[in-house]
Design a protein around this ligand. Structure first.
Ligand code: GNR
Ligand code: NI
Length: 167
């Protein structure tokens, strides 16, 4: 087991588009283990492979307070989306920043599990938000990019200030 370093916005590697996983093998299962440990340690409710600098289509989520509802989604696809909801989001790659983002309220997703088996999932509420947030990472998108330019400028200033304070 290993804790993986998480890329910090505005690292350009967060904008890479992840590639499809063609073989769900032991290397992928090892990556899932390490990502899971990293997500729980952070702590976060989701993590995309992109955030640990692996540009493959793999996300994990666990929104349960008991931290025992891990969902692994390989090559996730949104089959259907409906409704709209605003949710205050945060991101392990943008530490300390929380902003409201509008997303679909309900989604239907298909994905493969850690054995490569295809499954479908209906999600709403925080789970739906989290899956959409993670799938954005696979496309190289970070939630702050949905915000106004002014908000993005303020966030960049805050991140630079944090960076200076950490030196
Ligand atoms: O830990 C996280 N919390 C969170 C809260 C609201 C909406 C989305 C998230 S995902 C985030 C972890 C993360 O950065 N995943 O990419
Ligand atoms: Ni994130």
């Amino acid at each position: 087991m290993a804790l993986l370093p998480i890329l910090r916005y505005p690292d350009p590697r967060l904008h890479k588009v992840a590639a499809k996983i063609t073989q769900v093998d032991d290397n992928i299962r090892k990556l899932i283990k390490d990502m899971t440990e990293t997500m729980y340690a952070a702590p976060g409710v989701g993590l995309a492979a992109t955030q640990v600098n692996v540009h493959k289509r793999l996300i994990i989520v666990d929104i349960a307070e008991t931290r025992d509802q891990l969902k692994v989604l390989i090559n996730p696809e949104i089959l259907d989306a409906s409704g709209e909801a605003d949710c205050e989001e945060g991101c392990l790659s943008v530490p300390g920043i929380y902003e409201k983002v509008r997303r679909a309220e309900r989604i239907k997703v298909s994905a493969q599990d850690q054995d490569g088996k295809l499954f479908k999932l209906d999600a709403e509420g925080l789970l739906a938000v989290c899956i959409q947030h993670e799938m954005d990472h696979l496309e190289g998108r970070v939630f702050v990019e949905y915000l106004s330019r002014l908000k993005q400028q303020r966030i960049m200033a805050r991140l630079r200030k944090q960076e200076r304070a950490a030196m």
